[in-house]
Design a protein around this ligand. Structure first.
Ligand SMILES: Nc1ncnc2c1ncn2[C@@H]1O[C@H](COP(=O)(O)OP(=O)(O)OP(=O)(O)O)[C@@H](O)[C@H]1O
Ligand SMILES: [Mg+2]
Length: 246
């Protein structure tokens, strides 16, 4: 069997006195879609940011495609390109057009020719349903459209794995599905994805596995069906009781 694409083993991290990641062990296979859920402050975002090396960690190891995370320099830039990340806030460059937002990384980091980068960017914008907005600026798009551009921008770097940290939680309800639909399409196309989300519809439709975190630990993991109908730990049961009543 092929080795997992992303492997965290024994990862520990502190913020001062706070032990925010406690002995995290997580392997994600190629093409697997893993949902991370858990109470606020449990370390979900920190874990994602650690995988992308936006945060350091003190012990343990993280490998992407068999290679340990580089510390700095050119290799770190390469790693960031291999690991796409989409945040709650879209972080598009306000003074650049939608098209330029998507071509910037491929031209600067992947050293693509402008014409080729633009052709690929247009295909990606088509895929996420905003190709007709290519010449506009981010502020002229809705939140859902901007988030889909952010996804296209990440995909333009041809990442090996995509991390999503609550990609729909800042959106108005009517825009959530258009973003989730793009993510479901990506999952179906075989993208390896780690997604922090409480959207259970997405979890049920697209996820292979749910990872439940509490207090910096992975408390349990199961298929979405198993987890949502038959969680084992009291922490998970309490958490589900809270989110299911909303
Ligand atoms: N840069 C930082 N400095 C100090 N403490 C931090 C920092 N970032 C996060 N923390 C703390 O680490 C803990 C985990 O935060 P994290 O953002 O990973 O949680 P989360 O599970 O993503 O929560 P939420 O569901 O609210 O997004 C929290 O107690 C948070 O206050
Ligand atoms: Mg978070």
């Amino acid at each position: 069997m092929a080795e997992p694409l992303v492997v965290l083993s024994g990862v520990n991290k502190h913020f001062g006195d706070l032990h925010v990641l406690r002995d995290i062990n997580l392997s994600v296979d190629r093409g697997e879609v893993v949902i991370v859920i858990g109470p606020s402050g449990s370390g979900k975002s920190t874990m994602c940011r650690t995988i992308n090396r936006l945060e350091t960690f003190e012990s343990g190891s993280i490998t992407i495609d068999g290679k340990p995370l580089p510390q700095e320099g050119k290799e770190l830039a390469q790693l960031r390109a291999d690991v796409g990340m989409v945040f709650q806030s879209f972080n598009l460059f306000a003074h650049k057009t939608i098209l330029d937002n998507v071509t910037l990384g491929p031209i600067k980091v992947r050293k693509k020719a402008k014409a080729a980068a633009e052709k690929e960017a247009m295909a990606l914008l088509e895929r996420v349903g905003v190709a007709h907005q290519a010449q506009k600026y981010p502020a002229q798009l809705s939140g859902g459209q901007q988030q889909r551009v952010a996804i296209a921008r990440s995909l333009a770097m041809e990442p090996k794995v995509m991390l999503f940290d609550e990609p729909t939680s800042a959106l108005d309800p009517e825009m959530i599905n258009e973003v989730l639909d793009v993510m479901i399409g990506l999952a179906k196309d075989g993208m390896t994805m780690i997604v922090v989300t409480h959207e259970m519809g997405f979890a049920r439709k697209a996820a292979n596995r749910v990872v439940f975190m509490a207090d910096g630990q992975i408390v349990e993991q199961a298929t979405p069906e198993e987890f949502f109908t038959n969680a084992q730990s009291n922490r998970a049961k309490d958490f589900l009781a809270k989110i299911l009543t909303h």
